[in-house]
Design a protein around this ligand. Structure first.
Ligand code: HEM
Ligand SMILES: [Cu+2]
Length: 495
């Protein structure tokens, strides 16, 4: 198996593709910066450095949660699209429609929050959206949920198009996942990891998104016809089946960048293996069955589901992570890799993913969850893997693409500065949240007790570092994307 060139022919974008890809990436970066500023505002308000009416805090919290999760989905689906289109036929209109529906949905969400005053959090947990205590109208809550539906329909369309493409080439989803090789037989050495990962996401996130659609439609009907009450426990189950799966899918789409790009930077092939196929097959089942770890406080849940939530939590993140991290580390071990931005970001992502899982596993233990549930430990965990794990995967592809469009592959001076600032700031930010959780500071409180304030202030400073670095990244990437492609591969000038 040979090592591909840095910029293989089949990855070139046509003009139309480039425009849509740029739309995704530029939108995602701009929204991330804005959402991070929202985050900073919340942190500074909790830290008493900024005075913010609590109602506005919860509006910002709602926009931040919905905006970051949605945008993470958008950006990581661009990673999946970028690589999957080499192996199966993807229709550009489906990719573009997803973008358009996302934009419409995002506008609806922003209007619902900042004009309508909706502040029931991104999880729209029933019956919160319809119990606003006069803070927002039913229409605002419904507009928020309609925004989600638009985004969900866009994603479903994108996944259905990808599913059709995968089935056309591989016959069925099972063969694309490589299930035929689980118990023996010679694995096709060129079966793309990208296809395995994409297929897993197509299956799981379609199911998750459909669960979300069902509970959204139920909630909207209930908003206008309150006599049709919902079963709150069922609604919560559907919401977390959707929410857990959607945010996890961002890792599984983002990691495709590592599978594809790492061997090019290390100069070593990064082959497929039976443990790899097992890990992805197992995760397909586990991602969907692990969500009860969000309901460990709900004593009315069937006991076996909570036990399953705990046990599967221990196992769920691990297989794919282990094969990926092991694969990545052995791939770069003594390979003489050149530590350019994409390579650095990919290594950071392996660390952020690994370290970010640990607090989640701890919190998914029922006895520990009784204490840690709804403390800042939880945002500590997910900011860890999102800021230091998933976002670096996405940024790695972006820096890779812009280096290909520039005439030189060398990192700009700003990159040498922005990378460490981002890594240190992100780590400090996440650790401060975890530490606050450790002393039982609750999450989702606009106002904090004096003994929690030092954590809020420390993480505000860390957040400023993250945002500064993100601004530098964003400027570099947008400038790079708007440049016409150079169509050269400086690493392989002849090829
Ligand atoms: C500089 C960057 C960021 C800062 C300063 C920040 C800050 C915050 C703060 C203060 C909260 C509320 C914590 C609480 O419950 O007390 C929060 C919640 C949250 N953040 Fe961030 N954040 C940042 C980046 C991100 C990113 C990149 C993502 C994901 C892609 C993200 C996703 C979320 C989510 C999902 C919530 C939960 C909202 C809720 O509880 O309803 N954040 N963030
Ligand atoms: Cu979860």
């Amino acid at each position: 198996m040979s090592v591909p060139t840095l910029y293989p022919e089949d990855e070139r974008l046509t003009r139309g593709e480039r425009v849509v890809f740029n739309l995704y990436i530029i939108t995602a970066l701009v929204v991330f910066v804005l959402m991070m500023l929202f985050g900073l505002v919340m942190r500074m308000a909790q830290g008493t450095w900024l005075s913010l009416p609590p109602t506005l805090f919860y509006q910002i919290m709602t926009a931040h949660g919905a905006g970051t999760v949605g945008t993470m989905g958008l950006a990581s689906s661009a990673v999946m699209w970028f690589f999957l289109r080499k192996y199966v036929r993807l229709n550009l209109w489906a990719f573009l429609t997803n973008y358009v529906l996302f934009t419409l949905g995002a506008l609806a969400i922003l209007a619902a929050v900042f004009i309508g005053g909706y502040a029931g959090a991104w999880t729209f947990l029933y019956p919160l959206p319809v119990h606003s205590m006069g803070e927002w109208t039913v229409h605002a809550a419904v507009l928020f949920m309609l925004g989600y539906i638009a985004i969900g329909v866009g994603f479903l369309l994108f996944y259905l198009d990808a599913m059709a493409g995968v089935i056309r080439v591989y016959g069925n989803l099972g063969r694309a996942l490589g299930l035929q090789w689980l118990f023996g037989g010679e694995i096709d050495p060129v079966h793309p990891k990208t296809v395995v990962a994409s297929t897993m996401v197509i299956i799981t996130n379609s199911i998750g998104t459909l669960a979300g659609a069902v509970v959204l439609v139920m909630s909207i009907i209930n908003a206008y016809f309150p006599e049709l009450a919902l079963n709150a426990l069922l609604a919560k189950n559907l919401i977390y089946l959707f929410g857990h799966t959607f945010i996890n899918a961002t890792i599984y789409m983002g990691v495709i960048a590592v599978y594809e790009l790492l061997p090019r930077y290390s100069g070593r092939p990064y082959g497929i293996s039976r443990p790899f196929l097992w890990a992805w097959a197992a995760s397909t089942v586990m991602v969907l069955s692990v969500y009860p770890h969000h309901l460990l406080m709900d004593y009315v849940m069937p006991h076996w589901m909570l036990v399953m939530g705990q046990i599967v939590s221990y196992a769920s993140g691990l297989p794919v992570f282990v094969v990926t991290a092991y694969g990545a580390l052995t791939n770069v071990y003594r390979c003489g890799i050149r530590w350019r931005m994409p390579a650095k970001l990919m290594m950071l992502s392996m660390y952020g993913w690994a370290a970010g899982i640990v607090p989640a596993i701890i919190d998914a233990t029922i006895r520990i969850n009784e204490v840690m549930h709804n403390t800042q430990w939880v945002p500590g965990h997910f900011h860890f893997y999102l800021l230091l794990g998933v976002l670096p995967m996405i940024l790695a592809l972006m820096f890779h693409v812009i280096a290909g469009r520039a005439q030189s592959l060398a990192d700009a001076t700003t990159d040498k500065l922005s990378f460490p600032i981002y890594a240190v700031g992100g780590l400090a930010f996440a650790v401060a949240l975890l530490a606050a959780g450790h002393v039982s500071a609750p999450r989702r409180y606009a106002v904090h007790l004096p003994q929690w304030v030092p954590y809020d202030q420390a993480s505000s400073i860390a957040a400023i570092l993250v945002i500064a670095a993100m601004l530098l990244f964003t400027g570099r990437i947008i400038a790079g994307l708007l440049r016409a492609p150079a169509h050269v591969d400086p690493a392989h000038p002849a090829g």
